[in-house]
Design a protein around this ligand. Structure first.
Ligand code: GLN
Length: 190
């Protein structure tokens, strides 16, 4: 199995390392031709969603990625990646990939709680999952086809819509491989 990791900006290296630890080949997506090879899934990392969005447009990756995800390419978006996949962002009607029927609040925890670490349950993973939040968004509301996987302090922080997985936290910044394994299981159920 080969997974593309969008490598325009942000914490992409850490995702590739997690996936490689799980025995999966990864390919960095830096330009359109990288995305034109066959792959089983795509990771959109954390970082700054506005910068990533601009680069996606500048590099001609925006439409191809949107079409591929809408046609069934499995995708895992963390933090900024979650924002890019949201149909609505509160107070910001810029065009995004918008492949998941959810409404997101950006920088939702305010300045003081901008970054924090906690442990919490996540559906489909036994025990608790370590969750690192960095100027994180949360999901305010989801549509019918979206399964809520985790909530922290009454806010949705992980969700799934079919082959699309999003987390507001950064599993790639912990030692716990299970959220990445969860994504791989969406691609190839075992
Ligand atoms: N605050 C960032 C944004 O709005 C997301 C932060 C992150 O990805 N760690 O894009």
């Amino acid at each position: 199995m080969k997974i593309g990791v969008l490598a325009l900006q942000g914490a992409f290296l850490e995702h590739a390392q997690m996936l490689e630890r799980l025995g999966v080949e990864t390919v960095e997506i830096r330009q359109l031709k990288d995305f034109q090879q066959s792959m089983s899934g795509l990771v959109i990392p954390g970082g700054e969603s506005t910068v990533q969005l601009k680069l996606l447009h500048d590099l001609g990756l925006f439409q191809p990625i949107r079409e591929a995800v809408n046609h069934g390419l499995p995708v895992f978006g963390t933090c900024a990646g979650l924002i890019l996949l949201a149909r609505h962002v509160v107070g910001d009607e810029v065009e995004r990939l918008a492949t998941i029927d959810m409404t997101v609040c950006r920088n939702a925890y305010g300045r003081q709680l901008g970054s924090f670490h906690t442990q919490h349950v996540m559906a489909g993973i036994p025990g608790e999952v370590p969750m690192t939040f960095i100027r994180a968004p949360y999901i305010q509301a989801v549509g019918d086809g979206v399964e809520v996987l985790a909530e922290v302090d009454g806010h949705i922080v992980a969700a799934r819509q079919g082959h699309q997985l999003v987390t507001a936290f950064h599993p790639e910044l912990t030692a716990d491989l299970r959220v990445h394994q969860y994504f791989l299981n969406l691609i190839e159920p075992r």
